[in-house]
Design a protein around this ligand. Structure first.
Ligand code: NAI
Length: 333
């Protein structure tokens, strides 16, 4: 259900329509700009609020000339953050620094943890019912940061906080079909765990495709470290932005449709999870069915083979450490 339904009139229509508000935080960045473009094109978005420390008036003015129904407004600087978030149904967060060659996602923690915490604190104040979609890395830690901020305020709702891991399944489908042939758009790959290196666990055995052992090794490594290919190719100018914008827009679109009542929408996401708890972690990525309240059902891992058991075993200690780091940050900070 939309957190903040209002009735507005689209400029090209005299028919009153429901206007879900989506805020993008970090909207002037490498991900933020193409993501905002894709959201401006999305017919389910009613109002688009673009927030960043820099350049959002320009990005908003540019996008506002596109003749789709949604309104778009730019907000710049900390004094405008609360106005940007106020009344949002969905807050998408690609704010913060990306990786440079040689960096892990965890190396970003020092800068991005504080950024994400500040955004969550503003959301607690002015958009306590918003669904928060965390893109900023390290996702394994930034999702617990958002959750702890909401817990501290006494309004934590595990159905409304998501780590966006969609890019992992987008990449997995592409890499599998590049190797084996077939239509990538019709070859879903269930990827579980977290969103960094060995915590990314592709369940190739669930695809129904036959792989040789070397193929499984190569594909698993490529899916786990696919982000590094982009970081390296961009030679210090950042990490995945365009493919991430696509993945973020896909997840936002799925959630918007589910909030509006569409049934059977399943996307992977790193969420507060009873499935994770069985393996000793509070947050865990699996397929998640989306519904009117956000998370409708966290799907189980499903059948996995001995190889994937080993991957899971290797991922858990790192995930535990990443989660603890996020939780501790909020309580020490
Ligand atoms: P970028 O540097 O191009 O853009 C980041 C934007 O955030 C900049 O416009 C900057 O001004 C803004 N920003 C910084 N502090 C802010 C604050 N306090 N409030 C609002 N905005 C703020 O970086 P890029 O490439 O867009 O990446 C953004 C984040 O997304 C990085 O942390 C990156 O690691 C992560 N990422 C996540 C992926 C995923 O699969 N979840 C995939 C790729 C990147």
């Amino acid at each position: 259900m939309f957190a903040n339904r209002v009735i507005t009139r689209g400029f090209a229509s005299s028919v009153a329509s429901l206007a879900p508000k989506v805020a993008v935080v970090g909207a002037a960045g490498g991900i933020g700009q193409p993501l905002s473009l894709l959201l401006k094109l999305n017919p389910h978005v009613g109002r688009l609020a673009l927030y960043d420390l820099v350049n959002t008036p320009g990005v908003a003015a540019d996008l506002s000339h596109i003749n789709t129904q949604s309104s778009v407004k730019g907000y710049k600087g900390p004094e405008q953050l609360e106005d940007a978030l106020k009344g949002s149904d969905i807050i998408v967060v690609p704010a913060g620094v990306p990786r440079k060659p040689g960096m892990t996602r965890d190396d970003l923690f020092k800068i991005n943890a504080g950024i994400v915490k500040g955004i969550a604190e503003a959301a607690v104040k002015v958009a306590p019912n918003a669904h928060i979609l965390v893109i900023s890395n390290p996702v394994n830690s930034t999702v617990p940061i958002v959750a702890e901020v909401f817990k501290k305020a006494g309004i934590f709702n595990p159905k409304r906080i998501f780590g966006v891991t969609t890019l992992d399944v987008v990449r997995a489908s592409t890499f599998v079909t590049t190797l084996k042939g077939g239509d990538a758009t019709k070859t879903p790959v269930h990827v579980i765990g977290g969103h960094s290196g060995v915590t990314i666990i592709p369940l190739l055995s669930q695809t129904g495709i036959n792989f040789a052992k070397e193929e499984v090794d190569a594909l698993t490594h490529r899916i786990q470290f696919g982000g590094d290919e982009v970081v390296k190719a961009k030679e210090g100018l950042g990490s995945a932005t365009l493919s991430m914008a696509h993945a973020g827009a896909r997840f936002t679109d799925s959630l918007l449709r589910a909030l509006a009542g569409a049934k059977g929408i399943v996307e992977p996401s790193y969420v507060y999870s009873e499935i994770g708890a069985k393996h000793g972690v509070e947050y865990f990525a699996t397929n998640v069915e989306l519904g009117p309240e956000g998370v409708a059902k966290v799907h189980p891992i499903g059948p996995i083979n001995a190889y994937e058991e080993q991957l899971l075993k290797a991922a858990i200690p790192e995930l535990q450490a990443n989660i603890k780091k996020g939780v501790d940050f909020v309580h020490q900070g």
